[in-house]
Design a protein around this ligand. Structure first.
Ligand SMILES: *Cc1c(COP(=O)(O)O)cnc(C)c1O
Length: 389
């Protein structure tokens, strides 16, 4: 074995021994409720395609049409020659949708979070983050020269104490709107008040709220009836409820200009393909024009929660399409996921370090594309596997 491979094998073996080893399943069909995984048909309850738009005919048609008009690759970064009219119009539409002055596309949500935090916070500044924030928000702060302080999950008093003790010049509070592995909302009204009182800047990553929460799909802010000024820095991703790919930041003209000048993950990367932007414009139209997707999803969430109350499955509190079942032990979570798979269901076991140690879970996600009957069939399967262990 080479020196390199010898050095790597130890950590790989340890990961396996801890039941934390990751494996990829190979999908041989479009995303959707009925999916082919490693050659086998399964009913999927694990994707973030919350509105069923990833394989929507109108979105596909826009994508194909734009590929014919614009080609596939964007050819360069946005600041060189890669910023197409398809990108530009989508940015204007996203700004209008979110009620902000401007919006700026990023190639991924991970890069948007790295870019925003590093453009806004540096030496002498502090970033305050919920302990359960998405890895990209945490990595963004770790990569910056600012100090990172993590407060207990949704504990605004803990955050206030940290703010009381800071001498930082700029204070950035960065939080998930909906926590990706827990499904609960951030306490946004309290955080907005806290930010205003302490002259801190509030940044909300609404990857799991935008499109599916709020009456008009406006996300966590709309859910809590907050004004755009309450959330001056809004990050949205396009790979989840929008069903396409990429991300955007919405806010003031000054914010967007700052990102264009200083956000390195914006500047030093190739623009997303214009056809992705064109497809996303159709997704946005569906999000705005078909509220019945959201109301059906809400019905499914209520039905799933009511069904889980009848079986002992560790359902966590959540009003969103993310409905995790707390298991605890990583191996047990894997075993349960395998038993569900044997019954024809794909539910993913989420383990550390994605979630805190000892809190492995089955992360059930619901989609507007599920039927009531499909959700009932998952409940029946859960009742059986819960009884077996
Ligand atoms: C998925 C996700 C991201 C990353 O977005 P990508 O576009 O997939 O890179 C960022 N934040 C949260 C909360 C997410 O769930």
């Amino acid at each position: 074995m080479s020196n390199l491979d010898g050095a790597l094998t130890g950590a790989l073996t340890r990961r396996q021994d801890q039941s934390l080893y990751r494996r990829r399943a190979v999908v041989g069909s479009p995303q959707g409720v009925e999916i082919r995984r490693d050659g086998r048909p399964l009913l999927s309850f694990c994707s973030n395609d919350y509105l069923g738009l990833a394989n929507h005919p109108a979105v596909i048609e826009a994508f194909v049409g734009a590929a014919k008009d614009f080609g596939v690759g964007s050819g360069a970064s946005h600041l060189i020659s890669g910023h197409s009219s398809a990108h530009h119009v989508l940015e204007e539409e996203l700004a209008a949708f979110t009620g902000r002055e401007r919006a700026l596309l990023f190639s991924t949500g991970y890069m948007a979070n790295l870019g925003v935090i590093n453009a806004l916070a540096g030496r002498g500044d502090a970033v305050f983050e919920d302990r359960l924030n998405h890895a990209s928000l945490l990595d963004g702060a770790l990569l910056s020269a600012a100090k990172l302080l993590r407060y207990r999950h949704n504990d605004t008093e803990h955050l206030q104490r940290q703010l009381d003790n800071t001498v930082a010049r700029h204070k950035l509070i960065a939080v998930d709107g909906v926590f990706s592995m827990d499904g609960d909302f951030a306490a946004l009204p309290a955080l907005a008040r806290c930010a205003q009182k302490n002259a801190a800047w509030l940044m909300v990553d609404d990857a799991h709220g935008l499109g599916c929460m709020g009456e008009n799909g406006g996300g966590s802010g709309e859910h809590f009836h907050l004004a755009p000024e309450d959330i001056p820095i809004l990050v949205g991703t396009l790979g989840k409820a929008f069903g396409t790919f990429g991300a955007f930041v919405a806010g003031s003209d000054a914010l967007v200009e700052t990102l264009i000048q200083f956000a390195r993950p914006y500047i030093y990367t190739t623009a997303m393909p214009p056809a992705v932007a064109a497809a996303t414009r159709v997704s946005l139209r569906l999000i705005q024009g078909e509220p019945e997707r959201r109301s059906h999803l809400q019905q499914l969430i209520k039905m799933f929660r009511a069904g889980c109350e009848l079986i002992d499955v560790g359902l966590m509190p959540s009003d969103t399409p993310i409905q995790p079942l707390l298991i605890g032990d990583s191996q047990r979570a894997l075993d349960l996921a395998r038993q569900l798979e044997a019954k024809g269901f794909w539910v993913s076991a989420i383990r550390p370090p994605t979630v805190p140690r000892g809190s492995a879970r089955l992360r059930v996600t619901l989609s507007a594309a599920h039927s009531q009957q499909q959700v009932q069939s998952l409940l029946a399967a859960l009742a059986e596997v819960a009884g077996e262990c």
